[in-house]
Design a protein around this ligand. Structure first.
Ligand code: AMP
Ligand code: GLY
Length: 442
């Protein structure tokens, strides 16, 4: 079946994930001779080289919708979760229905607001997994502080995980080391409201042991998996330091065997797809299953309703299939299980972050070395902008992801690190006051 490619695409977001999506669309268009015009809301200095950036916030659904309608956008791709939680896809679909009489072709990639609850509410996800018998750690939904304290008394707090229900920017998951610490956390979340409404209820969960893995795919009438990638969460070498949104990645990850993948497909992703369909909130978009591979098989720690960052940066470098075709098939419901094809190479991505990230950091620091990038290296921008002197400077915590590919992981890793410099080194990438891990994919 031929799927006609959209001509006018709007990518919502400003991270390296969104830059990598735009880069892949550009590569595909060059290869096939199609002309695709790309817009970004709001984008970054990197995306401005692929298309046009627009001063529209990623969560400003009304502005995004008006822009899409006015500018004759054919496809809106939502990169991050926040606009999905805010009903971005519903709004675009509604606008398309209204415009339908004029034959305007406007579609959105991502789950509806209802389906995005798989990520937006951990209590919802737990109830859903219980109902559809999807393997997950034993969990209780704690609706009040008293209930939560009672739960702590009935269990060993050092064998539990406590999770804020709602979105907390990756900061809402705790592995307490004592009863007192757990009580204090619950007090802060449930009584003092450090996460606002997101801290109520709290999900209490059995703490699992095993190897963590993320499996990400296109989900609609079928499931097409991207090549598995491993993500590094801790800020510093040796998995030290605070948790981040992700500070490096490589693909393929060999923690996951083909046997694991089959089990994850049949026992987790397929029942998730089917459960959402039965609830009348069918899932269409990118689904990310955060898993623990345990002695009892893979179990779901969390769902995300979007691609990973920085996983996407390495996955796009290996993806052979046309990305817009995959997206269109996901939206139309004509996806086939083996539509997603990746090269047999390896890819490594290292995030250069602002000093202080993931806590406070300065912006406006100079980024150097971007003018002479070696063949085979791709830099995906995140917190970057052009200052009044025409230089690249920082505007966020994760500044950019440097990627390379190779026949082996080691080759990809060496190439990636060869582009990164030390302070003051000429011709290499450097972020003033910034840092990156030196042990990604080692
Ligand atoms: P989440 O946002 O739910 O994926 O949690 C963030 C991190 O907390 C995960 O990547 C794990 O490292 C850890 N974690 C979450 N849930 C559990 C669990 N039930 N057992 C052990 N570790 C967990
Ligand atoms: N890298 C983790 C995430 O995208 O959620």
């Amino acid at each position: 079946m031929s799927v006609e490619a959209p001509r006018n695409v709007l990518i919502v977001g400003s991270g390296a994930r969104e830059h990598a999506i735009g880069w892949k669309i550009h590569q595909d268009a060059q290869k096939s001779g199609q002309s695709v015009k790309q817009h970004f809301a709001p984008g970054n200095a990197g995306t401005s080289e692929l298309g046009t950036n627009h001063d529209i916030g990623a969560e400003d659904i009304d502005k995004i919708t008006d822009f899409a309608v006015d500018q004759g956008i054919n496809l809106v791709i939502f990169g991050s979760e926040a606009p999905l939680f805010a009903g971005g896809v519903n709004a675009i679909e509604e606008a398309a229905r209204k415009k339908g009489v004029d034959g305007v072709d406007l579609e959105a990639f991502g789950p509806s607001q209802e389906a995005a609850r798989l990520e937006g509410s951990k209590a919802f996800a737990v109830r859903f997994m219980e109902e559809y018998k999807i393997p997950h750690p034993k969990s209780e939904i704690l609706n009040s502080f008293n209930e939560a304290i009672d739960y702590l008394r009935r269990n060993d707090p050092t064998k539990l995980v406590l999770k804020a229900d709602g979105p907390a920017l990756g900061k809402g998951v705790f592995l307490p080391s004592s009863f007192d610490e757990a009580e204090e956390l619950l007090r802060k979340m449930m009584l003092e409201g450090i996460f606002g409404e997101a801290g109520k209820p709290v999900v209490g969960q059995e703490r699992l042991r095993g190897t963590e893995a993320s499996v990400i795919g296109f989900v609609s009438n079928e499931i097409g998996l991207l090549i598995p990638a491993r993500d590094y969460k801790r800020a510093y070498d040796g998995d030290e330091g605070p948790n981040t949104g992700g500070i490096g990645a490589y693909a393929p990850s060999d923690e996951i065997t083909q046997e694991d993948l089959d089990e994850i497909y049949f026992r987790i992703l397929s029942p998730t797809r089917e459960g959402m369909r039965r609830r009348d909130t069918p899932f269409k978009g990118a689904l990310y299953a955060g898993l623990m591979l345990t002695d009892d098989g893979p179990q779901v720690l969390e769902y995300n309703v979007r691609f990973g960052d920085p996983e996407t940066q390495v996955q796009m470098r290996l993806l052979r299939s046309n990305l817009l075709t995959l997206i269109k098939k996901t939206i139309k419901g004509s996806l086939q299980r083996f539509d997603v094809r990746s090269s047999a190479e390896h890819s490594v991505g290292v995030v250069f972050a602002s000093g202080g990230y993931p806590s406070e950091y300065e912006t406006g620091r100079i980024i150097s070395g971007l003018d002479k990038i070696e063949e085979g290296i791709e830099i995906f921008h995140a917190g970057t902008r052009i200052n009044e002197n025409g230089e690249h400077e920082t505007s966020g915590g994760r500044v950019l992801t440097v990627t390379a590919t190779g026949e082996t992981r080691e080759e990809a890793r060496n190439k990636t690190y060869s582009a990164l410099g030390r302070e003051g080194e000429e011709g290499k990438i450097w972020v003033e006051g910034g840092f990156y891990r030196s042990d990604i994919a080692a």
